[in-house]
Design a protein around this ligand. Structure first.
Ligand SMILES: Cc1cc2nc3c(=O)[nH]c(=O)nc-3n(C[C@H](O)[C@H](O)[C@H](O)COP(=O)(O)O)c2cc1C
Length: 548
């Protein structure tokens, strides 16, 4: 990680580059192949930095990261919103700080949602000195986007989309890019892509799912549709593919299947911020990377958690991280494991009764109420998803941790460090048998090539609980079979109306609709319990704003 991050904004502005477009622009930022997706409340500075930290220095420009989606009007009109979400300079000075700092946070695109070209331009101008491009979100499928008329709900208004992009293309000093979802047919999707590109978008990201594919209906992304765009758009078009990335191996598969220039990951990256880095070769693993007797491995949760905390201390708070012992590996001294862990304000950490910490930790220190700290708890739930289903005391401590309370997060880290050490020691003691019971059963014959089954993915990705790993959602048919899909009355009505009104075209569309149709038939009382139990095993803290 580069350490000199103290250039000032005017100095950065003085070396203004000429505005490039399309492939020339893409090449000017190093032709990144791997992309950290825009994620509301989740792709903030510290997370981007953590994701970048797993790549060797020489490969840093291989990774591009997007900001979370910001609301264009709020961003330009509300100083409070701006300060909470975007910290390009140190408070009260023009010394470069976090977001987009050329020493530590590039290449970097800032994403907005908008439906008013002028509001979008106003917001975009505020970030121009601090990023490489501005992206327009055309993928958000959530109710909040429907209400606000943005994201994927602009799909039906291609003329407005054209104006939004063109306004930035013609008036902004840096390039504009866009992220879309696919439509139901190849032809419609191609026309949509052509509209976005002809308006002036330099890069097009395609999330290979329909607007309807969200929540339990998420299902698989359609890489074929992205391939179709690749084959039918001018070859110089820069395309990013998005969807279906669970682990590192999927990145190259996606690039090969789609022919895209880059591949973007959201959920895979949240579960494993090292997803874009090639795993170390067998026999050369650092302490933080665990490899089992079957040769499968992954980054340890304690390593990832510690790195994340260190970034928050060092870069966001500007203080040295607390001294840490080397990550434990069996064979090391174990005396430290006897030390008691105290959770500040929550009672004992080692099985002690947890109480909510009184008072607002961040009170009087607005820096602690900014995005980098607000996002901590959901990040840690995501990273520790498999860990906390085993160690519910860690889950409870995490649930009680307050925004900005780094002292408590440090204590939770120590719990994780100790439990990881215990897990590793037990694994050694039992010659690997301690985790056998948790590993998925071999595939049934009919599961082997079944595109409606997630069994293969679960089998390939499953690791012991001390390793970061993806959360694999059941595919829509499986969720349905478990009675997990539950739609509100309003949704059922909407799905039924949509189904009557449209012809079924394309396999993805068909799958999403089958799921929705069957879900609409399920009596809600019957499904409530199943939903709850499935949520427990598959989901993570949800944000109303989860988008895409
Ligand atoms: C927590 C979360 C927040 C998201 N927020 C955004 C967002 O702000 N803007 C956006 O374009 N997409 C957003 N998405 C969608 C992702 O960028 C991505 O398109 C989608 O998750 C599919 O990629 P994946 O299969 O790698 O998860 C979000 C996804 C998640 C999981």
């Amino acid at each position: 990680m580069a350490s000199d991050a103290t250039t000032t904004a005017p100095a950065a502005a003085a070396v203004k580059k000429p505005k490039l477009h399309g492939r020339a622009f893409y090449e000017s930022i190093g032709s990144p192949k791997y992309i950290v997706a825009p994620m509301v409340d989740q792709s903030e500075f510290a997370w981007r930095m953590l994701s970048r930290s797993f790549l060797p220095e020489s490969q840093q420009s291989d990774m591009l990261a997007y900001s979370p989606m910001f609301h264009a009007r709020l961003f330009s009109e509300s100083q409070k919103y701006f300060d909470q979400h975007f910290q390009p300079t140190k408070p009260g000075s023009d010394a470069l700080f976090l977001d987009g700092n050329p020493a530590i946070d590039r290449p970097f695109f800032v994403q907005f949602c908008a439906n008013d070209p002028q509001a979008l331009l106003n917001a975009a101008k505020r970030v121009t000195p601090y990023c490489d491009a501005v992206d327009l979100n055309l993928g958000c499928p959530q109710g909040i986007a429907k209400k606000g008329h943005y994201g994927s709900f602009l799909q039906e208004d291609q003329e407005l989309i054209h104006r939004l992009i063109k306004t930035l293309h013609e008036n902004l000093e840096i390039p504009v890019t866009a992220k879309i979802r696919i439509l139901e047919t190849k032809e419609a999707t191609l026309k949509y892509a052509q509209n976005v590109l002809s308006a002036g978008a330099s890069i097009l990201t395609v999330h290979g799912r329909l607007r309807e594919q969200k929540g339990h209906l998420t299902g698989l992304a359609d890489w074929q549709m992205i391939r179709y765009l690749r084959d039918n758009l001018p070859p110089e078009t820069v395309l990013f593919a998005n969807g279906n990335i669970l682990q590192h191996e999927d990145l190259e598969k996606c690039l090969a299947a789609t022919g895209a220039d880059g591949v973007m990951s959201a959920e895979g990256n949240l579960s494993n911020p090292a997803i874009f880095a090639a795993p170390p070769p067998a026999g050369e693993e650092p302490r933080g990377f665990w490899r089992g007797r079957d040769g499968k491995g992954g980054w340890r949760v304690d390593e990832v958690f510690r790195r994340y905390l260190d970034i928050l201390h060092q870069y966001v708070l500007g203080v040295p991280p607390p001294p840490r012992r080397p990550l434990f590996v069996p064979g090391d001294d174990t005396a430290w494991m006897e030390e008691a862990i105290v959770l500040p304000g929550q009672g004992g950490g080692d099985g002690g009764k947890a109480k909510k910490r009184k008072g607002d930790v961040a009170k009087g220190n607005p820096a602690l109420l900014a995005a980098n700290f607000i996002s901590m708890q959901p990040h840690l739930f995501h990273l520790l998803r498999h860990f906390v289903s085993r160690h519910t005391d860690v889950r409870d401590a995490l649930a009680r941790a307050r925004v900005g309370d780094l002292e408590t997060y440090e204590a939770i880290y120590r719990m994780v460090e100790k439990k990881t050490a215990e897990g590793l020691l037990e694994y050694e003691r039992t010659d690997g048998k301690s985790v056998e019971a948790e590993m998925p059963a071999p595939l049934e014959k009919e599961e082997e090539d079944d595109p409606e089954s997630s069994a293969r993915a679960v089998r390939e990705c499953k690791r012991p609980w001390w390793v970061v790993q993806p959360i694999i959602r059941p595919l829509p048919k499986e969720a349905m079979a478990k009675g997990a899909i539950q739609l509100s009355k309003k949704e059922k009505k909407r799905v039924a109306a949509e189904m009557e009104g449209k012809e079924e075209q394309g396999t993805t569309a068909k799958r999403a609709k089958e799921g929705a149709a069957a879900a609409a038939e399920k009596p809600s009382a019957e499904t409530a319990a199943a939903t709850e139990s499935l949520e427990k095993t598959t989901s993570y803290p949800s944000s109303e704003l989860v988008s895409g």
